[in-house]
Design a protein around this ligand. Structure first.
Ligand code: GLY
Length: 350
């Protein structure tokens, strides 16, 4: 072969390899991956927050988004991304889940969580657990390693022990800030509810911050699978074994690859009664609505007029994200293959 021919063939081969590599990269970019998270909704106003506190919240939200996104970027499953993001929030004292959970009326912590797989609507949930550091992980174990969907209280902990999960002291969830919230909530409840006649009205009258702070995540992986998860300490001064929406599939958590993935935060009783997470996905699936329209309808037109405060994070199979709330703010964040990490707190942020 002459030198000229060799050079031509050499460069042709390089071009072929380069264009094949470009095609693979392009194909990868075509497959959307995405994650969105929340850390609770409520009366979050800039005037009530120090710059240090705001920075701490934003940093932790970003850490959670990135922890989940890293899983997706490496080709991991949406369920793993949801767990990775929620674990960051459960382990932080800033949020009402795991460490930092609110107190019950009796001064303890009772934690709820659930997770759902959009591939096949498999789901797992735990309610009222007192000694599990990361309830979202136990919810996943219920889904993958038991014939049940929801386990509660002592039974859920017995199941956890049987699967080798370490128990932690209930006091390990204590924080000073939540203790003060309990004291204030009890004073208010006792003042407005002297005869224990109308506990519901007294609870309704509590400021929103006593009812908020739940954490959650929704994710879409490279295989097109959606997942959603939610974890919470519930509502300050809850009693009588009260369970909120976070562990109720369809209310606080829902995922189905044919429609969307949703995690909710807010006044759980309303989210249970209005089956919020499933209703949003039903509007997407059966009425052909976008996730933004469906979430806006349920949060602002169904819940708001009847006093149901809170918000949702929603993700669709194309990687579109919608973060909708009817309160002054919602701790939130997202990252997708087409948009960088973003976190926000207040209602006037994009
Ligand atoms: N959304 C959490 C609760 O109501 O318990």
């Amino acid at each position: 072969m002459g030198t000229g021919k060799f050079i031509t063939r050499f460069f042709t081969a390089i071009l072929l390899v380069a264009s094949a590599t470009a095609a693979v990269a392009e194909a990868r970019e075509d497959v959307p991956i995405a994650i969105a998270i929340h850390g609770g909704a409520g009366t979050i106003e800039k005037s009530n927050m120090t710059p240090e506190k705001e920075r701490a919240y934003r940093a932790k939200l970003e850490e959670a988004v990135n922890a989940g996104y890293r899983v997706l970027e490496k080709g991991g499953e949406s369920l793993d991304a949801v767990i990775a993001a929620i674990n960051v929030l459960e382990n932080s004292p800033l949020f009402n889940a795991g460490k930092g959970a609110v107190y019950t009326y009796e001064g303890t912590h009772e934690l709820d969580a659930s997770i759902m797989d959009g591939r096949d609507r498999q789901a797992g949930a735990v309610a009222g657990v007192k000694r599990i550091a990361n309830p979202i992980n136990l919810a996943r174990m219920v889904m993958e390693d038991s014939p049940f969907v929801m386990l509660s209280g002592a039974g859920a902990e017995e199941f956890a022990r049987s699967r080798g999960v370490a128990m932690v002291d209930n006091q390990s969830f204590d924080t000073e800030q939540r203790r003060k919230q309990l004291e204030k909530a009890k004073e208010k409840l006792e003042r407005e509810n002297k005869q224990d006649k109308d506990y519901q009205a007294a609870v309704d009258a509590l400021p929103i911050r006593y009812k908020m702070g739940t954490v959650g995540a929704v994710a879409l992986d490279k295989n097109g699978n959606l997942a959603a998860g939610t974890s919470t300490g519930g509502m300050t001064a809850k009693r009588y074994g009260r369970i909120g929406d976070a562990p109720v599939i369809g209310a606080g958590t829902f995922a189905d690859n044919r429609s969307c993935a949703v995690s909710a935060t807010g006044h759980g009783e309303y989210f249970i009664r209005y089956n919020v997470a499933a209703d949003i996905c039903a509007r997407v699936q059966y009425q052909d609505k976008s996730i933004a329209t469906a979430a806006d309808e349920v949060i602002n037109r169904v819940l708001k007029p009847i006093g149901g405060t809170g918000g949702v994070i929603v993700l669709d199979p194309a990687g579109q994200v919608s973060l909708v709330f009817n309160t002054k703010g919602m701790y939130r964040g997202s990252r997708t293959s087409t948009s960088p990490v973003r976190v926000a707190i207040f209602d006037d942020e994009g």
